[in-house]
Design a protein around this ligand. Structure first.
Ligand SMILES: Cc1ncc(COP(=O)(O)O)c(C=O)c1O
Length: 396
């Protein structure tokens, strides 16, 4: 309950333009149902259910014991920036130096800071829809014009590059790419990405390439627009540790960009967070340089669970689902149920005990879909399928 006050809350106008990430709201509602004694299977939140690999946990504990508990440089610890420069140089086939790397608390701040530092009122930003809701939220927040590029099921949720090209205008300042993609599990193939670069040509447009799921692509090698000749200094690469190493709660991610922009993003870090937690960064160095077998194991598990869940959903009345190509989300078409996405997500949570997200939580083009996170055990996923099946048989 809010306390009564005679003082009206005079919020800044821009706050009315700020969106949110529905996953956290649905999680709260699900938890409230659980407190009432109801059983809920959690397929709403986008985080690996695995523990952080033990070598990374040990490195974090060791760092705490050794006193890595103080402020560090705003752009990140030099050793981690160097390790990241080497990692990105190797994986994207470009030459990256540590002054082009900014370490931040999670992948999200790179979205926030990139948009805050580049977008003026009226500047246009092309972004995937359905897509990670923070893109649209931040574009609107700073007064930019959000220009959605619809992702369509018939293209396996890869963007239509010709359509994207037709959205570019003189006011376009930024194009956001995300592959593997949240919420659809779609992947942009190398040819698509090269076409995007071609469509941009020599225009002074930057690309925010959100590659936070790059290590969770099921087939083929991920390809970054940063690797396309001529695109490196027009790319802001976003990557991080949350999904790859099951480190969501440690809060660590990074951006790679031209050094002059990195200096401005660093100023935003100084003004907001000061720095990313020092012991977290020490654990990050171990994550990058240590044994990688946990990453491969998690990726294989997400693929196996996605396959099982998609197969199950395709046997349920009103659902039809494509196999995702990466990440840990399944995005079925639910138009056959005759229900709107939000209404169906609400009913499944309240009546069937399965927490999922409405496709519209990811933008207007998400209508007709639900997003399930398969970051849960195979037993729970089968149980969820049974509950959804039972619910559809009783209600549709
Ligand atoms: C596409 C995408 N980008 C960025 C993020 C942010 O990740 P982090 O938790 O590291 O801030 C997420 C998290 O769900 C995501 O799905």
């Amino acid at each position: 309950m809010e306390k009564a006050t005679q003082y009206e809350l005079q919020l800044a106008r821009r706050m009315s333009r700020l969106g949110t990430e529905t996953a956290f709201e649905v999680l709260n509602r699900a938890r409230a149902l659980e407190r009432q004694g109801k059983s809920v299977i959690h397929l709403e939140i986008g985080e690996p259910d695995f523990d952080t690999p033990s070598n990374v946990v040990e490195a974090g504990i060791d760092a705490l014991r050794k006193g890595w508990t103080h402020y560090g440089p705003s752009a990140g610890l030099p050793d981690l920036r160097q390790a990241l420069a080497e990692y990105v140089s190797r994986t994207r086939g470009v030459k990256v130096t540590s002054d082009e790397v900014v370490v931040v608390p999670g992948g999200k701040p790179i979205i926030f800071f990139t948009i805050l530092s580049l977008i003026d009122e009226g500047d246009e930003v092309i972004y995937p829809n359905p897509g990670f809701p923070i893109y649209e939220s931040m574009i609107n927040y700073v007064g930019g014009k959000a220009v959605p590029i619809p992702l369509r099921e018939e293209r396996d949720f890869a963007m239509d590059v010709d359509e994207m090209a037709s959205l570019i205008t003189d006011r376009t300042k930024l194009i956001i790419l995300n592959s593997p993609q949240n919420p659809t599990g779609g992947v942009l193939q190398r040819g698509d990405i090269e076409q995007v670069a071609k469509a941009i040509g020599d225009r002074n447009i930057l690309v925010l390439s959100d590659e936070i799921y790059s290590r969770l692509q099921f087939a083929g090698q991920p390809f970054s627009i940063m690797s396309v000749p001529g695109m490196q200094d027009r790319t802001v690469l976003l990557d991080g540790f949350s999904k790859t190493y099951a480190m969501t709660g440690w809060r660590i991610g990074y951006g790679v960009m031209r050094a002059d922009l990195a200096a401005h993003i660093t100023r935003l870090m100084t003004n907001s967070n000061s720095c990313t937690a020092s012991f977290t960064q020490m654990a990050g160095i171990e994550a990058l340089r240590g044994d990688q077998s946990a990453v491969d194991r998690m990726c294989a598990a997400f693929q196996q669970r996605s396959e099982a869940f998609v197969t199950g959903l395709n046997g349920i009345r009103g659902f039809s689902c494509r196999m995702p190509k990466g990440a840990f989300y399944v995005f079925p078409n639910i138009t056959g149920t005759g229900r709107k996405s939000k209404a169906l997500a609400d009913a499944l949570l309240e009546e069937a005990g399965v927490a999922a997200l409405s496709g519209t939580a990811f933008g207007q083009f998400g209508e007709g879909y639900l997003r399930f996170s398969v970051a849960n055990s195979i037993e729970k996923l089968h149980q969820a399928l049974e509950r959804i099946d039972r619910w559809t048989k009783q209600n549709l």
